[in-house]
Write a protein of this length. Structure first.
Length: 261
């Protein structure tokens, strides 16, 4: 059974097709939606932003100690089995597995997502390699973390080398970490970057090519599935491939922080 997570933007944020939760039914063909209320349990992968107060989080220096407690491998995926990922093809976009890569491709102003089935993660360290092949401007791609239905985190890389983090809570998007420039992120296409996520409890740390970028703290979603996404933000197509997914167990107890007087 194939599953797909496809969404698109029409002057804000509309779905390409019904993006299904991890445990939903098989996706079916549907007409392009109009600007009406979306049926439950559709996931809005790129919902309109609310107007929240942005949260500020500390950053850290890049040392080897920024990803402590990494233990044994709990998952290695060389993308040879398309039955464990949500895949689909339409004239608006596609998520396909071939030659040991998961390829996401979308037409202008369209987005798509794919989740990995069969594993729920809480404390973990995951690495995956992304290679944008068509990517410019605000087009973006990245990792979906701790996804459960319409709740998940999204670590976003855009093709201007800006990086940020979003939390999606039942269709409401909140930016947890404002866009910052990273010299480790590819400047458009062609490019390549190894993305790492270290997640323990409420803290998640982002790495590019084994170099620490920043950390966020959020207690909303303690566990869930892992996935990837791609979005064309302009008037040109966008495509990216993902390969070499490895997930490790993490056995680490963060130190107790003493409150400031």
């Amino acid at each position: 059974m194939q599953r797909i997570f496809i969404s698109f933007l029409f002057f804000g944020c509309l779905l390409l097709s019904a993006c299904l939760p991890v445990e939903s039914i098989q996706p079916t063909e549907a007409p392009i939606p109009t600007e009406t209320t979306l049926p439950t349990p559709t996931i809005i992968w790129f919902p309109p932003s609310a107007t929240p107060t942005l949260l500020a989080f500390p950053t850290y220096t890049a040392t080897a100690e920024m990803n402590p407690g990494i233990g044994s491998k709990i998952l290695t995926d060389n993308f040879s089995d398309d039955s464990v990922w949500d895949t689909a093809v339409s004239d608006q976009g596609s998520a396909t597995i071939s030659r040991n890569r998961l390829s996401l491709a979308v037409q202008p102003n369209i987005s798509i997502a794919s989740l990995r089935r069969g594993i729920t993660l809480n404390d973990f360290y995951a690495e995956i390699t992304a290679r944008p092949s068509l990517c410019r401007g605000d087009d973006n791609y990245g990792l979906i973390v701790r996804a459960t239905g319409t709740y998940f985190y999204r670590f976003v890389l855009d093709c201007n080398r800006m990086v940020y983090v979003e939390r999606i809570n039942s269709g409401v998007k909140l930016i947890l970490f404002n866009p910052v420039a990273s010299g480790d992120a590819p400047a458009g296409a062609p490019g390549e970057v190894k993305i790492g996520i270290w997640a323990v409890g409420s803290e998640m740390r982002l790495f590019f090519n084994d170099r620490f970028q920043f950390s966020i703290i959020d207690k909303s979603f303690p566990s869930g599935a892992l996935g990837v996404f791609a979005r064309s933000a302009g008037d040109t197509p966008m495509s990216v491939t993902f390969s070499d997914l490895t997930v490790y167990d993490v056995d680490y107890i963060p130190p107790t922080r003493t409150p400031s007087p």
